[in-house]
Design a protein around this ligand. Structure first.
Ligand code: SF4
Length: 61
């Protein structure tokens, strides 16, 4: 399981960066990117995204 950002839906608004308590999200080239070494899968960023661009992915790849 991991958090993934849909780069098509992501508008780079940065709302997810504000809510992540672990600093696991950053903006790269105008899109949110997850640092999986910091993410603890709490899911707080999912409802924070106004564009429905973040979700869980079953795959760890
Ligand atoms: S799931 Fe939680 S720890 Fe992981 S990126 Fe989202 S807010 Fe941060």
């Amino acid at each position: 399981m991991k958090i993934v950002v849909n780069s098509v839906k992501c508008q780079g608004s940065g709302e997810c960066l504000k809510v992540c308590p672990h600093g696991a999200l950053k903006r790269v080239n105008g899109k949110a990117v997850v640092d999986h070494t910091k993410c603890d899968l709490d899911g707080l960023c999912i409802p924070a995204c106004p564009h429905d661009a973040i979700g869980f992915c079953e795959s760890d790849e």
